[in-house]
Design a protein around this ligand. Structure first.
Ligand code: TRP
Length: 327
């Protein structure tokens, strides 16, 4: 079975966009691949080194969401990056063979730097972010890495570092990974922009039911449809954009038609959406509650995951050390 690996930074609470965009595809993959999923807590230091408490909190919540979304400890291996010290050893070694120019050219480096301009993030670790990510991936000799399109440049660097390593040390020890592009529709937030924690427009997986309902009830619709009897344009309504993700084709046709002819109001349209989103979130809330009340079960799952991950990471490091004459 081919190995799949992916990780998420604990840099905020997860929202519907993260669920549909990443977690749901992770869940699907666990049936067909040997999957490793982890919390990239060292990576979160690049932008938040001054807030370790926050990273700790988000890490715990992220593991809870992994399980709540349907990652099954019987089918996949879950762990926290900082528990597997081999990642750090591998990162040091890879950093020695990675040309600076490769890192300076990564688009996310330049963008993020401009985006977070006011915070002090211009660190050595921040530039080396893709090297650490390469270590995360190659230490498990993963063949596929499910990621969003924004991560493709990082995967490209990983592939280049892989080839360089194998060439310099005349080995075939490292496996060149490929991105598994997760195709999913862009999830809009309650203000109609892309759902993103920096826009404060998210529906979070840890929002209570009342909050989710309230957020959806007050969500922006087609701005031209001011009164109940005004006909609307579904494609201008962010609510309809969510219907496209969460509602059946029949329901989509029904609300679109109702909107165009003003035969249904925005409140009715939202009601259908709210029901459908609740149907997705309810099992997640239930599992969050169960695991939240049973932290020792989570500890056991992570313990098992750490052991399994460590065994493979150590195996790869033995190959790496020997290729580099450190054994
Ligand atoms: N950079 C990824 C992100 O921000 C997180 C990440 C860290 C990752 N290491 C990884 C993803 C290894 C896939 C594989 O989303």
């Amino acid at each position: 079975m081919d190995r799949v690996l992916s990780g998420m930074q604990p840099s905020g609470y997860l929202h519907l966009g993260n669920l549909v965009g990443a977690l749901q595809s992770w869940v699907k993959l666990q049936d067909d691949y040997e999957c490793f999923y982890f919390v990239a807590d060292w990576h979160a230091l690049t932008t938040n080194f001054a807030n370790p408490e926050m990273i700790k909190g988000y890490t715990e919540d992220l593991v809870l969401n992994f399980l709540a979304a349907g990652l099954d400890p019987e089918k996949c291996t879950m762990f926290v990056q900082s528990r597997i010290l081999q990642h750090a050893e591998f990162h040091v070694l890879l950093s020695m063979i990675t040309p600076l120019g490769w890192l300076e050219r990564v688009p996310t480096y330049k963008e993020k730097k401009e985006e977070i301009g006011d915070r002090d993030i211009d660190s050595y670790g921040f530039l080396g972010y893709p090297v650490l990510q390469s270590a995360d991936i190659m230490i498990y000799r993963a063949r596929y890495v499910p990621v969003g399109i924004d991560q493709v440049p990082h995967l490209e660097i990983t592939r280049e570092i892989c080839r360089r390593f194998n060439f310099i040390y005349k080995t075939g020890a490292l496996v060149e990974p490929e991105p598994l592009l997760t195709q999913f529709p862009k999830v809009v937030g309650v203000d109609g922009r892309k759902m993103s924690k920096s826009y404060d427009n998210c529906i979070y997986l840890n929002d209570p039911a009342e909050v989710v309902e309230q957020k959806l009830k007050t969500m922006v619709t087609d701005p031209a449809r001011k009164r109940r009897h005004d006909p609307g344009t579904p494609d201008l309504s962010p609510v309809f954009a969510l219907h496209r993700i969460f509602s059946t084709t029949e329901q989509q046709e029904e609300v679109a038609e109702g909107c165009r002819t003003a035969s249904i109001g925005c409140i009715d349209c939202k009601k259908i959406l709210i029901d459908n989103i609740f149907r997705v979130l309810e099992p997640i809330w239930e599992k969050r509650k169960y695991y939240g009340a049973n932290p020792s079960i989570i500890q056991d799952i992570l313990e098992t995951g750490t052991k399994k991950a460590t065994a493979i990471a150590e195996e790869t490091m033995q190959l790496v050390r020997s290729a580099m004459k450190f054994s």
